[in-house]
Design a protein around this ligand. Structure first.
Ligand code: ATP
Ligand code: MG
Length: 569
C-alpha cells in the first residue's frame, strides 16, 4: 500500500472528546471516526486490525471444535419473552417495531435465538456436544457509551454457545473455551488475568472474565500473588475484619451536637475517632423502595453486590426529592428511627462493638450505638468492596487490587435457557433431557482498544506484531531524490514478494512528518532509505517497540525483516 493512496486521515491535535489513550490514538491515527455516541466507522487501518483479531479468534474457535454460523441481528420479542429477559434486559436493549407493530430488538446477545435453533434442530444425544459461534455486531444502548471502542453501543463480539448432554460435558466445553481464550489473548500480544466473575443477568453459576490490565480499565479486580486467587470485585467475597471485637460492657447511646459534619471524615475528625468506628448510611431507590444500606464508615459499597442481594432491576442513589418526601435530612442520616422500606447491613455491621451514626436531625449524631442491640436489619449480607491489603480468602496473604478491561467472559449456564425455552434431547437411556449450555463472549472491538491501552507511548500506538495493520513502513527521506525513491520502491516490492505487509510512504512530506505518522500509526518496523543508503548501501531499521535502530545492508534487508517478523507471528 502506498501512503499517497491510503485512506488514513491522521490528526495532529488530540480530539477533545477522547479521554483515554486508545480513544485518542484510534482517532488521531486515522483508524476510526465517530458517527454517533458509541457508534463508529472503522477506517481501513482500523479495519485491518479488527480483521486480524477476528482471524486469531476464528482460528482458535475452530481449533477448539467451534463451528461458525451467523445468527440474525434482528430478533423477535417472543423469544425474549419466553426467557423472561424482554423485561429484565431493560433500557439497554435497542427495541424496534415493524410495520405491523410487532416488537423486535437488535441483538445484545444471542442465547435465546441459538437455544430456539437447537430445540428444533437437535433431537438426539448423538448430535451433542455442539459448539457454534459467530462474529458479529452487537447492540446495547449503554447508559454511558464512552472511551471509544471500549464501551460502544454497536460493537463487534464473538459469541460461542456450547450444548452438552450433562454437567460433565458442559464443564469440558467450558475448559476448552477457557484454554482457547487464553491462547487468543496471548496471541494478540496482551498481558491479562483470568478472574472469577459474577454471572449477572446472563445466569448460571461458574464464570470467569479475561481482564487486560490497564489503568483506564472500568473493571476492578483483586488478586493474590501467593496463590492463584483472582476475582472481579463484584464477585470477591469480603471477609469481615477479624480484629473486630464483640460488645464489652454497657455502651450508652448519646445524642451529640456535631455541627456541619456531613461526611464520615468530618464526623470522625470532629469526634477524634477512627472512621471505622462510624456507620455509613447510604440511601438507595430500588425498584420503587427506599432502602438504607449500612457499612462500616471506612468501607465502600459495591453496587453490583447490593443489586444481587436486593434482587432488583433498578438501583440508584436516592434523589433529594425522594428524601424530602420522607422527611429525611441528607447529611445526618442514620438507621435509628428512619422512614425507609428496608435496612440492609453489610456483614461487618452487626459485629461493630459500637458506632457513631447520623441522628436524622440536622447537626446531630448518635454515639454509642450498638448495631446488634439497637438496630433492626431486613438483611445482613456481603455488600462491600474488598480492599487491597485485605487477606486472600484462599491463603490469607494480602490481596492486590488492579484495574482491568474485560475483554472476554465465559459462563456455565446449566439449563437456565433450555428450561425456559424447552430445549431437550433424547438420551442414550431413552429419556428426554434438557441440554446443558455454556456461553462465551469476546469483545473483539474492545480487544483492539485494550491492545492500545497496554501498548502505546507519547508518540502513538505500538501495535503487537500479530495484530498490527501492516508490519513495516518504508520511508524514503526525500521523494525528490530519484535513487532513494528507486531503492525504497524496490525494497517495498521485495518485502511484499515474501509475504510481508508493507506501506511505502511516498508522500511529498518532510522526513520528520513521515516519522511522526509512522510512530503514531504504530507500524512495528520502519525502514528509512536516506543518505546512508546512497553512500554505504545500508538502510536504517527501527523497531517501534524498543526504539532500537540498526543499519542493515540493502541486499540483506528482505531476509532480515522476514526472519524478524515470521518468527514472531
Ligand atoms: P461490561 O460488564 O463491560 O458491560 P458485559 O459483562 O455486559 O460487559 P458480556 O455480555 O459478557 O459483557 O459480553 C462479552 C464481551 O463483550 C465482554 O467481555 C466485552 O469484552 C464485550 N462488550 C460488552 N459490552 C461492550 C460494549 N458496550 N462495547 C464494547 N465491548 C463490549
Ligand atoms: Mg461480562
Amino acid at each position: 500500500m502506498r501512503m499517497t493512496q491510503l485512506f488514513a486521515p491522521t490528526l495532529r491535535e488530540i480530539p477533545t472528546e477522547a479521554e483515554i489513550p486508545s480513544h485518542q490514538l484510534l482517532l488521531r491515527a486515522g483508524m476510526m471516526r465517530k458517527v454517533a455516541a458509541g457508534v463508529y466507522t472503522y477506517l481501513p487501518l482500523g479495519y485491518r486490525v479488527l480483521t486480524k483479531i477476528m482471524k486469531i479468534v476464528r482460528e482458535e474457535m475452530d481449533a477448539a471444535g467451534g463451528q461458525e454460523l451467523m445468527l440474525p441481528i434482528i430478533q423477535p420479542a417472543e423469544l425474549w419473552q419466553e426467557s423472561g429477559r424482554w423485561v429484565i434486559y431493560g433500557e439497554e436493549m435497542f427495541r424496534l417495531q415493524d410495520r405491523h407493530q410487532r416488537n423486535f430488538c437488535l441483538g445484545p446477545t444471542h442465547e435465546e435465538i441459538v437455544t430456539a435453533l437447537i430445540r428444533t434442530n437437535i433431537s438426539s444425544y448423538k448430535e451433542l456436544p455442539l459448539l457454534v459461534y459467530q462474529i458479529q455486531n452487537k447492540y446495547r444502548d449503554e447508559k454511558r457509551p464512552r472511551f471509544g471502542l471500549m464501551r460502544g453501543r454497536e460493537f463487534v463480539m464473538k459469541d460461542l454457545y456450547s450444548f452438552d448432554r450433562d454437567t460433565e460435558g458442559m464443564e469440558e466445553s467450558y475448559k476448552k473455551m477457557y484454554d482457547a481464550y487464553s491462547k487468543i489473548f496471548s496471541r494478540c500480544g496482551l498481558k491479562f488475568k483470568i478472574v472469577q466473575a459474577d454471572s449477572g443477568a446472563i445466569g448460571g453459576n461458574t464464570s470467569h472474565e479475561f481482564m487486560v490490565l490497564a489503568g483506564s480499565g472500568e473493571a476492578e479486580l483483586v488478586y493474590c500473588e501467593e496463590c492463584e486467587y483472582a476475582a472481579n470485585v463484584e464477585k470477591a467475597a469480603a471477609v469481615p475484619d477479624p480484629s473486630m471485637e464483640p460488645v464489652r460492657g454497657d455502651v450508652e447511646k448519646h445524642l451529640v451536637h456535631t455541627p456541619g459534619t456531613t461526611t464520615i471524615a468530618e464526623v470522625a475528625s470532629f469526634l477524634c475517632i477512627p472512621e471505622k468506628e462510624t456507620l455509613k448510611s447510604l440511601l438507595y431507590e430500588a425498584d420503587g423502595d427506599l432502602v438504607c444500606v449500612l457499612l462500616r464508615g471506612d468501607r465502600q459499597i459495591n453496587e453490583v453486590k447490593l443489586q444481587r442481594v436486593l434482587d432488583v432491576l433498578n438501583l440508584e442513589l436516592a434523589a433529594e426529592e425522594t428524601l424530602e418526601k420522607r422527611g429525611i435530612h441528607p447529611g445526618f442520616v442514620g438507621p435509628v428511627d428512619l422512614n425507609v422500606d428496608k435496612i440492609i447491613a453489610d456483614l461487618e455491621v452487626p459485629l461493630m462493638p459500637s458506632a457513631v451514626t447520623g441522628a436524622n436531625k440536622e447537626d446531630y449524631h448518635y454515639t454509642g450505638v450498638v448495631p446488634e442491640r439497637d438496630l433492626k436489619f431486613d438483611a445482613v449480607a456481603d455488600i462491600r468492596e474488598v480492599e487491597a491489603g485485605e487477606g486472600c480468602q484462599q491463603c490469607g496473604e494480602p490481596l492486590k487490587k488492579a484495574r482491568g478491561i474485560e475483554v472476554g467472559q465465559v459462563f456455565q449456564l446449566g439449563t437456565k435457557y433450555s428450561d425456559a425455552l424447552n430445549a431437550v434431547y433424547n438420551d442414550e437411556d431413552g429419556q428426554v433431557k434438557k441440554v446443558y449450555m455454556g456461553c462465551y463472549g469476546i469483545g473483539v472491538s474492545r480487544t483492539m482498544a485494550a491492545a492500545i491501552e497496554q501498548n502505546h507511548d507519547d508518540d502513538g500506538i505500538i501495535w503487537p506484531l500479530s495484530i498490527a495493520p501492516y508490519h513495516v513502513v518504508v520511508v524514503p527521506v526525500s521523494d525528490k531524490n530519484e535513487s532513494m525513491m528507486g531503492i525504497a520502491q524496490s525494497i517495498y516490492e521485495d518485502l511484499q514478494d515474501v509475504g510481508l505487509e508493507v506501506v511505502l510512504d511516498d508522500r511529498s512530506e518532510r522526513a520528520g512528518v513521515k516519522f511522526k505518522d509512522a510512530d503514531l500509526i504504530g507500524f512495528p518496523y520502519r525502514i528509512t532509505v536516506g543518505k546512508d543508503t546512497i553512500e554505504n548501501g545500508t538502510v536504517d531499521v527501527k523497531c517501534r517497540k524498543t526504539g532500537e535502530q540498526k543499519a542493515v545492508p540493502v541486499t540483506e534487508i528482505t531476509q532480515h525483516l522476514y526472519s524478524l517478523i515470521s518468527s514472531a507471528t
